[in-house]
Write a protein that binds this ligand. Structure first.
Ligand SMILES: [Zn+2]
Length: 216
């Protein structure tokens, strides 16, 4: 079974206030006498479902073309927090506990890829809502320390909408955790899946729009 957890790009796709909207412009049209249909697209690399490259928050960070494919494809767990506001370490521990019982070391190894399902999945593709769930830097650190390689969220960012210093982005970066944003996890049951999240291969770029799929 396949779940498409990608938001659909349209000229109405909601973007961060001030960011470049999506435009899709026909440059050749068969109904206008052209031999085929062709469009030109302009958009922010962070519009819709996308993968952030380390370059997004560090000039020295890798571009999206250099993010390893073995991070972007592999086992992943979906957990529902159904919340807005700060996601704390305690929230994550609570959500992960039933599936990963505590050991002497605290928690058993976490999944390498974790997708967080919040109320943002119920927000339409064309609606901007700044009240999404974000991670405290401590929560991001806790995930990184426990070996996470990829974090996915249905929210537009892992930091609050008005954050300028992006502490959760930077905490994930410190641990080499790749961030996927603007997923749509509506109708996806909490479970373990195979994640396939492939961003466009754009040289030295800060992000790449991606088609993201979960396979059971
Ligand atoms: Zn982004």
């Amino acid at each position: 079974m396949l779940y498409d957890v990608t938001r659909t790009l349209t000229p109405c796709t909601a973007v961060f206030p001030g960011d470049t909207p999506v435009t899709i412009t026909p440059t050749a049209q068969m109904r206008a006498g052209g031999s085929c249909n062709v469009t030109a697209i302009t958009m922010s690399a962070h519009a819709g479902t996308h993968v952030d490259a380390p370059r997004h928050y560090s000039d020295d960070g890798a571009g999206i073309e250099a993010v390893p494919l073995d991070v972007l494809i592999g086992p992943a767990r979906v957990i529902s927090l159904g919340m807005a506001g700060a996601i704390t370490t305690a929230d994550l521990q609570r959500a992960l506990r039933p599936a990963r019982p505590a050991t002497d070391a605290g928690y058993a190894p976490l999944p390498a890829r974790l997708l967080i399902h919040t109320c943002a999945s119920d927000i339409a593709d064309d609606v901007w809502d700044a009240g999404f769930a974000w991670f405290t830097p401590e929560a991001a650190d806790w995930l990184g320390v426990h070996g996470l390689r990829l974090i996915g969220t249905d929210a537009p960012s892992v930091d609050p909408a008005n954050s300028k210093d992006l502490p959760a982005h930077k905490a994930f970066l410190r641990h080499g955790v790749i961030i996927v944003e603007n997923l749509c996890l509506r109708d996806v049951p909490d479970d373990d899946y195979e994640l396939i999240a492939l961003p466009l291969k754009i040289a030295d770029n800060d992000a790449g729009p991606a088609r993201v799929v979960l396979r059971r």
